[in-house]
Write a protein that binds this ligand. Structure first.
Ligand SMILES: Nc1ncnc2c1ncn2[C@@H]1O[C@H](COP(=O)(O)OP(=O)(O)OP(=O)(O)O)[C@@H](O)[C@H]1O
Ligand SMILES: [Mg+2]
Length: 294
């Protein structure tokens, strides 16, 4: 499949303070339209610094970042760049501006100078997608953490971005709210919106089509989740926690059992282990049958 490149990072090096070592070192990557990417890596490896380059919140110390047809250094295109690439952060409170949920979502499109019917259409659609329609009149400060994250996403959606970049949006959420945000990201991606999701959760990273791994400011892996997230020892050496399921399969494999180690879900693990056990049972009961010469 030929994909149009949406974000192109070329020899990106970034230093926060002159004279200090760079935080990002000569990074090269391309992100295609509509891709779902997870970025993982240990604390302080440069994930946030990297994604802040994707909508020109930061500009490279050396190298280039291109968003669609625009180089992020071209400040005259800042509005277009930010419209293409929406950004959501861990703390959704910082992004809330409205007195009610619907007012908050209307803020962005309202500022684009769109006709009010169009603003209303976008708000209705974004609230429905984010599952917030029933909460539309609520003051945002009364929402739960998970609802606030979905409100932040609805606000981005109403801008009809091509990409949404999220910096650990679920870090402080409970498992149920995490799941809802993940489901929402999947839905958005199925509607054609590209996703770049920085996460510490390997479970969340399994949802992506492609995983990027950063370590000490360098891009050390770029590939599909099956290949990258099944490298249990390597992930641990980077200080990352593999999923329980992957670790279980990996340990069984280390114990000499011939299991598939690229498995991430309970269902697949059960299927794999059940099939091994059935096979084992059948072959051992065959071995116990009294010898019958055919
Ligand atoms: N505003 C800043 N000024 C100076 N140094 C900074 C600044 N922000 C981040 N750094 C440093 O840059 C490096 C990369 O930080 P960054 O926040 O990008 O890492 P991260 O991978 O997002 O970490 P985490 O997983 O903890 O969120 C770290 O060493 C950090 O201390
Ligand atoms: Mg960070």
């Amino acid at each position: 499949m030929i994909m149009k490149t949406m974000i192109r990072v070329h020899n990106l090096t970034y230093t926060y303070e002159k004279g200090r070592p760079p935080v990002l070192k000569d990074i090269n990557l391309q992100i295609g339209e509509g891709e779902y990417i997870a970025i993982i890596g240990p604390n302080g490896c440069g994930k946030t610094t990297l994604i802040r380059h994707f909508n020109a919140l930061l500009l490279p110390s050396a190298g280039e970042v291109q968003v669609g047809e625009f180089n992020t250094r071209e400040t005259k295109h800042l509005r277009e760049i930010r419209r293409k690439v929406g950004m959501a952060f861990q703390n959704a409170d910082n992004q809330i501006v409205g007195m009610s949920v619907e007012e908050d979502v209307a803020f962005g499109p309202g500022n684009l100078g769109l006709p009010s019917a169009e603003v209303r259409r976008r708000v209705d659609q974004a609230l429905a997608t984010a599952g917030l329609t029933e909460l539309r009149t609520r003051p945002p400060h009364t929402l739960s953490g998970g609802q606030k994250q979905r409100l932040a996403l609805a606000g981005l959606l109403a801008m009809e971005p091509e990409f949404i970049v999220l910096d650990e949006p679920t870090a402080s959420l409970d498992p149920e709210s995490k799941k809802k945000v993940s489901q929402l990201l999947k839905t958005l991606n199925s509607q054609g919106i590209g996703i770049v999701h920085v996460t510490h959760s390997m479970d969340e990273a399994t949802l992506a089509d492609r995983v990027l791994v950063l370590d000490q400011g360098e891009l050390v892996a770029d590939g599909n989740p099956r290949d990258i997230l099944s490298r249990v020892d390597w992930l641990k050496s980077l200080g990352l926690a593999p999923t329980y399921i992957t670790e279980l399969m990996w340990r069984l494999h280390q114990a000499g059992i011939d299991v598939n180690t690229s498995i991430f879900t309970i269902d697949s693990a059960v299927e794999e282990i059940a099939s091994l056990l059935k096979h084992h049972k059948n072959s051992s009961s065959r071995a116990k049958l009294p010898g019958k010469v055919m």
